[in-house]
Design a protein around this ligand. Structure first.
Ligand SMILES: NC(=O)c1ccc[n+]([C@@H]2O[C@H](COP(=O)([O-])OP(=O)(O)OC[C@H]3O[C@@H](n4cnc5c(N)ncnc54)[C@H](OP(=O)(O)O)[C@@H]3O)[C@@H](O)[C@H]2O)c1
Length: 259
């Protein structure tokens, strides 16, 4: 494993779920961190815990990745040595609802596109040029199996995750003559706050998404991100699809009754 000691990892959407678990996995291996999300109070708790437990340096900022002005403010205000992370994890993302496309509230549609697609592009375009200039770095993009298939009610979310896959491929092509590697991780069902956000706080509906099966946990994805990002520099794992054992596709899921 390529050592993370003294390296810097920037993680978007680090206040919960996969992003938070990734922060813990990387801190455990000695990486300093730059963590962003909108809920700064959650990031403060994580920063204090990681600094106390692992002795790494953690820089946090309240950033809405869907707002380019806010992304620029963040980029311009962070200390110079953090502007060029060794690893960039583009993880912030969300889904809203399961309505048909023609019935979906337009503000939900815009938010998914703004966060999942534009936010990903904003952060990439701000940070990757300096990684290229330095001549090293790893980009890990959190896509989804929704970027491989379309399921009923998935419409816009699936479109945004197809975009993450397309943009990851585009970056890989465009950076082929550099040492920068581009990795896309495409998970199936992971139990995080994702479904609570999707169903706008309805915890019962959210719980049903994972009913009757053992889902993936955020730590499983963090483990995979850590693995892919720490291969020797000549190894680029282009993409990984990862699902719970009882999931075969977005819709073929084996669920035990009474669980
Ligand atoms: N859970 C799954 O089943 C699953 C499956 C495949 C792919 N994914 C993908 O995995 C990624 C992480 O999701 P998760 O499952 O860990 O969900 P989660 O627990 O809801 O975490 C989402 C993270 O994104 C952040 N975020 C949302 N909007 C943001 C914005 N405008 N600006 C900055 N940060 C923002 C949230 O922080 P704040 O709310 O504090 O801003 C939070 O830290 C997403 O890209 C999601 O599409 C999830």
């Amino acid at each position: 494993m390529d050592s993370l000691k003294g390296k810097t990892t920037l993680i978007t959407g680090a206040s919960a779920g996969i992003g938070k678990a990734t922060a813990y996995a990387f801190a455990k291996e000695g990486s300093n961190l730059v963590l962003i999300a909108r809920r700064i109070e959650k990031l403060e708790e994580i920063k204090n815990d990681l600094e106390d437990t692992y002795g790494v340096k953690v820089f946090i900022d309240k950033v809405d990745v869907s707002d380019f002005e806010d992304c620029k403010r963040f980029f311009n205000s962070i200390p110079e040595n953090l502007k060029t992370p060794d690893i960039l994890v583009n993880n912030a993302g969300l889904a809203f609802g399961m309505e048909k496309l023609i019935e979906k509230p337009i503000e939900d549609i815009e938010k998914m596109i703004d966060v999942n697609v534009k936010g990903f592009i904003y952060i990439t375009n701000l940070f990757v040029p300096l990684m290229v200039e330095r001549g090293s770095g790893t980009i890990v993009n959190v896509g989804s199996i929704a970027g491989r298939e379309v399921y009923p009610g998935g419409n816009v979310y699936c479109a945004t995750k197809h975009a993450v896959k397309a943009l990851s491929s585009a970056l890989r092509i465009e950076l082929v003559d550099t040492p920068i590697r581009v990795i896309e991780i495409a998970p199936g069902l992971v139990e995080t706050e994702f479904s609570i956000v999707r169903f706008k706080g309805d915890k019962e509906k959210a719980k049903n998404v994972y009913k009757g099966l053992t889902p993936l946990y955020p730590e499983d994805i963090a483990d995979l991100i850590l693995y892919t990002a720490t291969r020797p520099p000549h190894v680029q794992i282009n993409e990984v699809v990862i699902m719970p054992t009882n999931q075969a596709t977005t819709t073929i899921i084996h669920r035990e009754e009474n669980e």
